[in-house]
Design a protein around this ligand. Sequence first.
Ligand code: SF4
Length: 338
Amino acid sequence: MSEAPGKSKRSPRKATAKKATPTKNTKKATATKSTAAAKKATTAARKATEATKPTKPAAAKSTAKPAAATSTGKPAKPALKVTQPESRLSLVRRARRINRELAEVYPYAHPELDFENPFQLLVATVLSAQTTDLRVNQTTPRLFAAYPTPEDLAAANPEEVEELIRPTGFFRAKTKSIMGLAAALRDRHGGEVPGRLEDLVKLPGVGRKTANVVLGNAFGVPGITVDTHFGRLVRRWKWTDSEDPEKIEALVCDIFPKSDWTMLSHRIIFHGRRICHARKPACGACPIAHLCPAYGEGETDPEKAQKLLKYEKGGLPGQRLKPPPDYPGQPAPPLAAG
Ligand code: SF4
């Protein structure tokens, strides 16, 4: 567009004066321009700073270097720096986040003892002391076929029971326990397993752990199962440093709503068996490494860690001969084939 003739005749003095005292609009335009320039400079500076930063945050710190890819095949999440001492609020948030992320890793978590009724689960849990659930699952089919009810087991010949449960170890003591238990069920509870904690813990050989397993899985009553895996993992995660199962149970009950208790127990035990092992935790393949203050206690090399994985995570059979239908691994083999 051409300029208006009058404007071109403006004296240079006037023009200079106008330049020296800009109008409101010119001021606004200048201000906008300087803001844009400032923004541009800030963005450029930020980009330059980012370019010089390491690509993995805190890669050199032992608590903040999760693996590049985890056992789930997903890229590792950014590390959460766990400061010590940690506030109660932060611990609760981190603990609940661990539970949520474990739920994604093990959506199929379940009790790893085969059972068809509360009596079978109670006996199998007592037999699982000092041995693996796998060995119990390989042993109980013959035991329950021979003695399907508490009355049958209470009246059995102890030597025959010993022979049947021999593969689980400590078979003489365990025979006494399960026969005493069967007799108590017969005599005190009409041959039924009671569905209350206070009754269960009064049965011979039944502690809180066994009672909570039975309540949570056979009766749908929420319970925390503090076994060796559970205790080890919550200490690694710095939820507590206690070795006392009852104190651990009370602490965890305070962190999580009741509705989470049973599944939380399964997820933690699954993680302990598959990835966060007692002797060689597979930190380099751990999907919750970014939330774990003990990262680095085990193997951190992703390839080496991958080789440590067990059960379905390592492509191996599970512990149950009859796993639930959604279990993605292979069922365990029976004893003769094991
Ligand atoms: S394997 Fe265990 S110790 Fe290692 S990062 Fe995972 S949860 Fe922590």
